[in-house]
Structure formats: structure tokens, C-alpha cells
Design a protein around this ligand. Sequence first.
Ligand code: HEM
Length: 184
Amino acid sequence: MRPEIRQTDKYPLSWRLLHWLMAVMIVGLLIVGLIMADRAEANIWDDLTNILYAWHKALGFSIIFLLILRILLRRRSGVPAYPSHVSPKLLFIAHQAHTVLYTLMIVVPLLGWAGVTAYPALITIGGYNLPAMPFVPVNEDLAKQIFNIHGWLALALGAVIIAHIAGGLKHLFIDRDGVFQRMW
Ligand code: HEM
């Protein structure tokens, strides 16, 4: 017999909205990033490639502010307690996974911003320019190295997100313990 879904504390609404908004944005950034990098590799520089680059840069830059907001909210409201049956080992793994997730969510967009500053390629949607990242020199070789690391860490972020989704779905469909509902 399946256990009943248990009720636990939820994250505050502002926190849940921010979580799902950022989730959609980051998955979108990963997909758009891969498509545009593929087109650049194939030397296709048409309107679509330019639009993808412009949106990738604008959305990626906005993520930095959403993340700051998210960290402030987390500090202010804290995290609701997990259900008592969740083992300390699982809590430890979840905590480590969240730390890796946050680190990559900070480092990946900052590297993207540093890369477009060094290239320089700050132009985004509507012809607006992003501000240059302070202390980053203009140097195309440096920019290419930064983009290389940006790309690899973005893929690592994608892998951690897949593990994170798998964990969430396990709570929803197998454990049915209310942990997924905390963020829904
Ligand atoms: C969470 C945020 C971000 C994610 C998940 C992300 C993801 C990606 C991915 C998957 C690629 C393709 C890598 C490859 O296959 O070579 C890429 C490339 C790129 N990203 Fe981002 N990105 C983010 C933020 C940013 C930001 C903030 C900027 C700049 C303001 C930026 C600028 C670029 C540029 C210019 C490239 C192309 C590099 C090249 O052509 O070599 N990204 N990004």
C-alpha cells in the first residue's frame, strides 16, 4: 500500500515563484547556449544566431540579480524544516547538492559576463549594452579561455540540475513524503 502524502512546511510564496522562474530561465539558457554555440561553431551568423546570443546574454545577466535576491530571501526567511523521517545521511547529500548548485548558479553567469567583457561583446537585446565587468581587461584570448570554462561549468550545472530534478520526482512519486510540495 502507498503511504499517504505527508504535509510539511512550505517555502514562502515569493521563494517558490523565484525558484520556478529561475528554473525555467536556467534550463532555457542551457538550451539556447548550446544551440547558439553550435551555430557559431558552424559559422552561421544570421539574425537567429544574433538574437539567441542577445537573449542569452540579457537573461544570463538578469540571473545574477535574481540569485542575489534569492540568497537574501534565504537568509531572511530560512529554510522550512524537513519532515522528521528524512535521514541525516540524505539531508547531508541534499545539502551538498544544493551547495554545488548555488556555487555553479553564481559562477557560470559571472564567467559569461567576464567573457563578454573581455571579448568585448556586451551588446544585448534592443542594441543595449551590458555594463563591463569591473577589473576585466579587454583581451580576446582571455575571453576564449573564459568562454571555454563557462561552457564546461554550464554543462556541469546541467548535470546537477538533472540529478536535482530526479531527486524531486523521487520525493513526488516514490517517497510521497511532501518534500516536493514544499517548493510547489
Ligand atoms: C546561469 C546562466 C548561464 C547558463 C546556464 C549559460 C549556459 C551556456 C551554455 C550551455 C553555453 C554553450 C557552451 C558551449 O557549448 O560552448 C553558453 C555559451 C555562452 N554564454 Fe552562457 N550561460 C549563462 C550565463 C551567461 C551570461 C550572463 C553571459 C553574458 C552576459 C553568457 C554569455 C555566453 C556566451 C557569449 C557564450 C558563447 C561562447 C562561445 O561562443 O564560445 N552566458 N552559455
